[in-house]
Ligand binder design. Structure first.
Ligand SMILES: *[C@@H]1O[C@H](CO)[C@@H](O)[C@H](O)[C@H]1NC(C)=O
Ligand SMILES: *[C@@H]1O[C@H](CO)[C@@H](O)[C@H](O)[C@H]1NC(C)=O
Length: 242
């Protein structure tokens, strides 16, 4: 391999240009693969809005929406089950002790995605999901997994006051509602939701990088000392000799 070519390859792999990095990291599944979109949203979000039926005056019997930190697994290990770290001192958890039924919603508006794409949070293009079900305490190995899932993504939980008697819980999903495109809400059964793969296949990411490499190499015009790409996002000006 000639000197300039080696340098160009090196530059491409080491520099990890922003465009390819984000394309590989954040690829929402196609909108018609609704179950995969739902799993993608559930894995990307670190918190959720949870609505309970209130037991507190003056709104007894009315919906009561609150914010909770969630995790469906450490980054890259999605289970689809939103885990929670709760204390019975908490207002909504007191509702759940009377009636565990709840609704949880998560949106890509909670990530950079919608702002970057110019999608309003209420637009269906800014994919969001609503889960119906109930909040159940978990024990044993499932609690161990919940702890790992939550504490890796919410490290400050480790230091939350022990006298609050924290316990681990999961949102037990009975129905998934997805808004990810025009035409109204779509529903996904728990079975389809749990079977779906939230991640893009790796090949799609390597294909993307291979395409970038090809574009770079075909754009490297050799003036004697410079490697120059017309698509400067991806390759950049590189001086090979002074
Ligand atoms: C988990 O353990 C707690 C306390 O040991 C117990 O009260 C609760 O019923 C258990 N929950 C399940 C789902 O087994
Ligand atoms: C948990 O969800 C499943 C469906 O995924 C449902 O069949 C089951 O009844 C739920 N359990 C409770 C205790 O609500």
């Amino acid at each position: 391999m000639s000197g300039p070519l080696t340098l160009a390859l090196l530059a491409l792999t080491l520099s990890s240009p922003a465009s390819s990095r984000s394309a590989c990291r954040f690829q929402i599944p196609p909108h018609d693969q609704v179950a995969r979109v739902a799993r993608f949203v559930a894995h990307r979000c670190d918190w959720a809005s949870v609505a309970t039926i209130s037991t507190h005056k003056p709104v007894v019997g009315q919906p009561f929406s609150n914010v909770f930190s969630v995790s469906d697994g450490p980054h890259g290990t999605s289970t689809g089950v939103p885990y929670l770290y709760l204390t019975r001192m908490e207002v909504s958890v007191q509702d759940l002790q009377v009636n565990p039924q709840a609704s949880m919603s998560m949106s890509l508006a909670q990530t950079d995605y919608c702002r970057q794409q110019g999608f309003d949070p209420q637009s269906p293009l800014c994919a969001h999901i609503i889960l119906s079900g109930s909040v159940l305490e978990v024990n044993g190995t499932e609690a161990d997994f919940a702890k790992k899932s939550l504490f890796t993504r919410h490290p400050e939980m480790i230091d939350w006051p022990t006298d609050h008697n924290w316990f681990f819980a999961k949102f037990n999903i009975t129905q998934v509602w997805v808004l990810d495109y025009f035409g109204g809400v779509k529903t996904v059964s728990p079975d389809d939701y749990f079977q779906a793969d939230p991640h893009r296949r790796h090949s799609s990411c390597s294909k993307h990088l291979a395409r970038l490499l090809h574009i770079c190499l075909t754009n490297i015009l050799i003036r004697e000392h410079l490697l120059y790409s017309t698509t400067q996002n991806w390759c950049f000006l590189l001086k090979t000799r002074s």
